[in-house]
Design a protein around this ligand. Structure first.
Ligand code: B4P
Length: 196
C-alpha cells in the first residue's frame, strides 16, 4: 500500500489536487472536509454539531474526525493506497493515523505540503465563496481558519519532517502545473512507489 498525506493551509488546493491525483494513481481519496460537508447536508447529529464549528472557522474535534477516517480505512482494507486530504490537522490526528495504519501493516509514505502565501489563500477562498456559497468562505471565517491552521495544524508538518517524510511543493501557479510538481515529488521516491 502507498499512502500519501496532502497537507497545506485552507485554500492551498488540497481538494483540487486530490481529485487530479486519484485520476492518475489508484488512490482512494479520503477528505475529512468532504465527509463533514456530507454529514451537514444529511443533517445527521454529527453534521449539525460540525456545522457550527466549521462556520466559526474552528477545527472539528479530533475524536469525530479520527472516528470518521478509521471507518473509511476499515471499509477499504485491501485497496492500493489512500490519499488523505485535510487529515491529519493536529498532532493527535497524525499520531492516531500512524497507529491506525500500523494496525493494517502499512504507513504514510509522503506528506506533500502545498506552499501558498496567505494573501493568495484569502483571494482563492473568497473567489470560491462567490460560486460555492460555502458558509466558511467569507472574510471573517477565512481569517479564523488561517489562525487555527497556524496554531494547531502547522506543527503537523514538523511531525512528518522528523520522520523525513515531508515534501514541500510550490502551490502557486496553474492547477495543472502544481499537479505536475506534486507527481514529481511523489514519483521521486521511486523505490517506495514503484507499484502506484
Ligand atoms: P477542507 O474541506 O479540508 O477545505 P479547505 O482547507 O478549505 O480547502 P482546500 O485546501 O482543499 O482547497 P481547495 O482545493 O478547495 O476543510 C473545511 C473545514 O472542515 C475546516 O476549516 C475544518 O473546520 C473542517 N475540517 C476538515 N478536516 C478536518 C480535520 N481533519 N480536523 C478538524 N476539522 C476538519 O482550493 C480552494 C480554492 O482555490 C478553490 O476554489 C480552487 O479552485 C482554488 N485553487 C486551487 N488550486 C489553485 C491554483 N493553483 N490556482 C488558483 N486557484 C486554485
Amino acid at each position: 500500500m502507498v499512502n500519501i498525506v496532502l497537507f497545506g493551509p485552507p485554500g492551498s488546493g488540497k481538494g483540487t489536487q486530490s481529485a487530479l491525483l486519484v485520476e492518475h494513481y489508484r488512490f482512494v481519496h479520503l477528505s475529512t472536509g468532504d465527509m463533514l460537508r456530507e454529514a451537514i447536508a444529511a443533517k445527521t447529529p454529527l453534521g449539525l454539531k460540525a456545522k457550527e464549528v466549521i462556520e466559526q472557522g474552528k477545527l472539528v474535534s479530533d475524536d469525530i474526525v479520527i472516528g470518521m477516517i478509521e471507518n473509511r480505512v476499515e471499509e477499504n482494507v485491501g485497496v492500493f493506497g489512500f490519499i488523505f486530504d485535510g487529515f491529519p490537522r493536529t498532532i493527535a490526528q497524525a499520531e492516531a493515523l500512524d497507529d491506525m495504519l500500523e494496525r493494517h501493516s502499512t504507513f504514510i509514505a509522503d506528506c506533500v505540503s502545498l506552499q501558498v502565501p496567505f494573501d493568495l489563500l484569502k483571494e482563492r477562498l473568497l473567489e470560491r465563496g462567490k460560486a460555492s456559497g460555502r458558509s466558511d468562505d467569507n472574510e471573517e471565517t477565512i481569517s479564523k481558519r488561517i489562525h487555527e491552521y497556524l496554531d494547531k495544524t502547522a506543527p503537523v508538518a514538523d511531525y512528518y519532517a522528523k520522520q523525513s517524510k515531508l515534501r514541500e511543493v510550490d502551490g502557486v501557479g496553474e492547477i495543472e502545473e502544481v499537479n505536475q510538481r506534486i507527481k514529481a515529488a511523489i514519483d521521486a521516491d521511486t523505490e517506495h512507489h514503484q507499484n502506484i
